[in-house]
Design a binder for this molecule. Structure first.
Ligand SMILES: [Zn+2]
Ligand SMILES: [Zn+2]
Length: 123
């Protein structure tokens, strides 16, 4: 349904299929990471610290990218917003909204990082 075809991609990166930014399932991986099953059956494991450091809000953009305090990387609430973005409320009171496209960009698995020879499952 979206008509977002007006944007040209930068750097010749092919546009993702819609399934690649559709979330099938969010899950908790251990106590430190978010597991995302994407519509194209890709599996991402995104450490909460990584998500927090990737918060696109002005306050975070202005802050130095240091390791966050424990509360700052512990989500108390996590939900999908309209299938377009994900909302995360952190234990320190901060809130992060990431577009699913941005979330997918954070995947550092071997496939996404372009290292096909690297084993895909971290552990
Ligand atoms: Zn922020
Ligand atoms: Zn990946």
């Amino acid at each position: 349904m979206p008509g977002g075809r007006g944007f040209s991609t930068v750097g010749g990166v092919p546009p993702r299929p819609p399934d690649a930014t559709h979330v099938e399932r969010l899950s908790e991986v251990g106590r430190y990471a978010l597991g995302v099953l994407w519509g194209d059956k890709h599996d991402s494991i995104l450490p909460y610290r990584h998500l927090r450091l990737s918060c696109p809000c002005e306050a975070c953009a202005a802050a130095a990218p240091t390791a966050p305090a424990p509360d700052a990387e512990r989500p108390v609430k996590l939900e999908l917003l309209g299938g377009r973005s994900v909302f995360i409320a952190w234990a320190d009171g901060h809130e992060t909204i990431l577009l699913l496209d941005e979330l997918r960009d954070l995947c550092r698995c071997a496939r996404c990082a372009g290292e096909p020879d690297y084993p895909v499952s971290g552990r």
